[in-house]
Every structure is written in structure tokens, then in C-alpha cells.
Design a protein around this ligand. Structure first.
Ligand code: ZN
Length: 368
């Protein structure tokens, strides 16, 4: 079996993420944006799907939607008080649910659907209906705490899917690799004291949440050693990501021996993203995906699920996403990344790369 599932729903593109110009709330001295408005607009996601369709890749995948996450599924991660507050604000035409987390009318139902897409992808992979899967979910989830929306995230999509799979299908050890450029603080908090979920976040140091590095957070109690953060210096590019994978991410997975690997798959480490300062390109995402498909093959019968997170460059996210989907599914399209050569020329110099590698080596001593 070599089938890749692709989960999406047009409704996810209809969530309204509030009145922001890039990361700044509109008002005071911040002018309304031109063009397509909020950074977390549907366009990055919709254009990825468009490119998949036009390139012929979608036709190679098992495409399906999903039912919205049920209340009992949400409750395994979020307290009822939070869910009710979210639902009430959504019913009342929306507003600020948390820091950098605005919603519109109906966002609650769309968030439940987004979460349902990830849960269905996980369930189908766990049951062996498909080999691996991609959920093009929106809104994203990795910043959401149990009782606090933040950073465009309102439900913890990946933990909700993991907890459902554990409850219904007795899934054992799960590893979450978060390569969104911002720290996966929600996933970290939810699993900080647990050893049955290994949480690894590779991100730009001090980016978001503001001033956050994460290098010291290794887990608490039973969870000690099962939370790994890999903060990279702003400006890091392809080589830093590959080296961090070779030196830390893959060895950590091999030691942990998960039954399932899930990626919090943001594309905002790309070189033209408006909300971060890294230099990754489509080949970075292709390479990381290939490394994980190979590792998943060795460790857990290929069971790998990717859940869409951030990525805010409308023109470029589709090429990073397509490269990821190609590596995941094993189908190469004729599309060439028109920015790849240019971003390759912008990679940091050898001195920078050596310094970043030495930082990764130091971190490796501490975490492995
Ligand atoms: Zn992000």
C-alpha cells in the first residue's frame, strides 16, 4: 500500500481571522491593509490547493473531507468553560478570543471542522486505510493552550486528534515534529508532563511567542526528556534545518520509536514570509518530508500525518506545500519552484552556518 490521503474542506477557507495588517491590529497608527487583508488569510491555503489541482497532484491522492470534531473530542484537551466562551463569541459575530486570535461569526464551527480534518487523517492512517496523510486544516492549532486561544489558533488540532486516537484506537507513542517557524507552545504545554507524546519544535529563536527560545524546556515530571526545542538563529536557512534534523530530530525519533509521527506543518520558515526571518525554501520542506517518510517507514510502518499550520506568503507557500506533498506521496509533478535559485543565492555564509551548527551540536549534548 502506498496511498496518501488529502483532507480539506472549502469551509475552512471561510474563517475570518480579524482586522490585522500583518501581525499588527488595525487601529491607532496602523492603517488597514491593501489587497487580501490579514496575514492568516485563506489565500495561502487555497492557492496551495489550486496548484495541487492544476499540476495534477490532487488526482494522485485519496481526497476526502471529514466530520467536525465532536464536543467530547474537544473536551479531552479543552475545558468546557473555554469551549463555551469560544462558541458564544462566535455566535455573537466574533471578536478577540485571545492575543493575536480574532474570530468572526461561525468561526467555532469552522474550527471544529479544521480539527475534524486532522482527526480523520490520523484515524485513517492509524487504521491502515491509507499510508500517510495531509490535512489542509484552517484555522491552525499549534499555539492554542487548553484554555487560551492565541496566535491565530483556537483549537489544539493535533492534540485533539492524538487524544481521540488514543481513546478510540489505543494508539501508543506519538511523536509531534513542529517545523512551523514559530514555537509550538500549545503542543508543548499540553504534553509537558507526559511521556507518551514526544514533542519536538524547531523554530526561529525569540520570534513567537515574543522573546521565546524554549531551549531550557525539557518536560516536567514523567514528561522530562520528552519535550525538545530547537531554536535557530534568525537568518538560518536550508543547511541549518537539515543539520538539525540529522543531528537531533531523527536520532530522537529513533530513540523514542513512535507508533505514529505527526508534523505541525507550517511554511513560514520560507525566505519571503512576512511573519518570520528565516531562509528556508521549497527544497528544505521537500528534504525534511523525505527524511520523515523514510524514518516513519523504518519505525512505524510509514505512519505519518501532516497538519497544516502557518505560512503567510501567498505567492510562495504553494511551492513549499507542493514540494512537501510530492515528497509525502512520491508523485513528482512538472512544477518547478521559480524562486528556488534566488533563495539559494540568499543562503547565509559559511561562517554563519558553522556557528549555527555549533549551536545545534551544543544543544544535542543537552537533549539527546
Ligand atoms: Zn507560524
Amino acid at each position: 500500500m502506498n496511498k496518501t490521503g488529502f483532507y480539506y474542506d472549502e469551509s475552512c477557507f471561510w474563517h475570518i481571522a480579524g482586522s490585522y495588517a500583518g501581525p499588527l491590529p488595525i487601529g491607532g497608527w496602523v492603517q488597514p491593509p491593501s489587497g487580501s487583508s490579514h496575514a492568516e488569510s485563506p489565500e495561502t491555503k487555497r492557492r496551495l490547493k489550486n496548484l495541487m489541482d492544476r499540476s495534477g497532484l490532487t488526482a494522485k491522492l485519496i481526497v476526502s473531507g471529514a466530520a467536525p470534531a465532536q464536543y467530547e473530542d474537544l473536551q479531552r484537551v479543552h475545558p468546557e468553560s473555554y469551549l463555551q466562551r469560544f462558541k458564544a463569541l462566535s455566535d455573537e459575530n466574533g471578536g478577540e478570543l485571545g492575543p493575536n486570535a480574532s474570530i468572526g461569526n461561525g468561526s467555532y464551527e469552522i474550527a471544529c471542522l479544521s480539527s475534524g480534518l486532522v482527526s480523520q487523517a490520523v484515524e485513517d492512517v492509524v487504521l491502515g486505510n491509507i499510508k500517510n496523510a495531509y490535512a489542509l486544516c484552517r484555522p491552525p492549532g499549534h499555539h492554542c493552550l487548553p484554555d487560551q486561544a492565541m496566535g491565530f489558533c483556537f483549537l489544539a488540532n493535533i492534540p485533539i486528534a492524538i487524544e481521540k486516537a488514543k481513546a478510540k484506537h489505543n494508539v501508543g507513542r506519538v511523536a509531534v515534529i513542529d517545523w512551523d517557524v514559530h514555537h509550538g507552545n500549545g503542543t508543548q504545554e499540553i504534553y509537558l508532563e507526559r511521556d507518551d507524546v514526544l514533542s519536538i519544535s524547531i523554530h526561529q529563536e525569540n520570534c513567537f511567542p515574543p522573546g521565546y527560545s524554549g531551549a531550557e524546556d525539557r518536560g516536567v515530571g514523567k514528561g522530562e526528556g520528552y519535550n525538545i526545542n530547537i531554536p535557530l538563529l534568525a537568518g538560518s536557512g536550508h543547511e541549518a534545518y537539515v543539520y538539525a534534523f540529522e543531528q537531533i530530530v531523527l536520532p530522537a525519533l529513533e530513540a523514542y520509536k513512535p507508533d505514529l509521527i505527526i508534523v505541525a506543518c507550517g511554511y513560514d520558515a520560507n525566505a519571503v514570509d512576512p511573519l518570520a526571518r528565516m531562509q528556508a525554501h521549497s527544497n528544505t520542506f521537500r528534504t525534511m518530508t523525505s527524511m520523515l517518510t523514510n524514518t516513519a517507514e523504518q519505525l512505524c510502518n510509514g505512519r505519518l500525518v501532516m497538519a497544516h499550520e502557518g505560512g503567510y506568503a501567498e505567492s510562495y507557500v504553494p511551492f513549499c506545500g507542493l514540494a512537501t506533498m510530492e515528497a509525502l506521496s512520491g508523485h513528482k509533478t512538472e512544477v518547478e519552484d521559480p524562486l528556488l535559485e534566488f533563495i539559494n543565492l540568499q543562503q547565509p555564509n559559511a561562517d554563519f552556518v558553522e556557528f549555527q551548527k555549533s549551536k545545534i551540536d551544543q544543544l544535542k549534548q543537552k537533549v539527546l
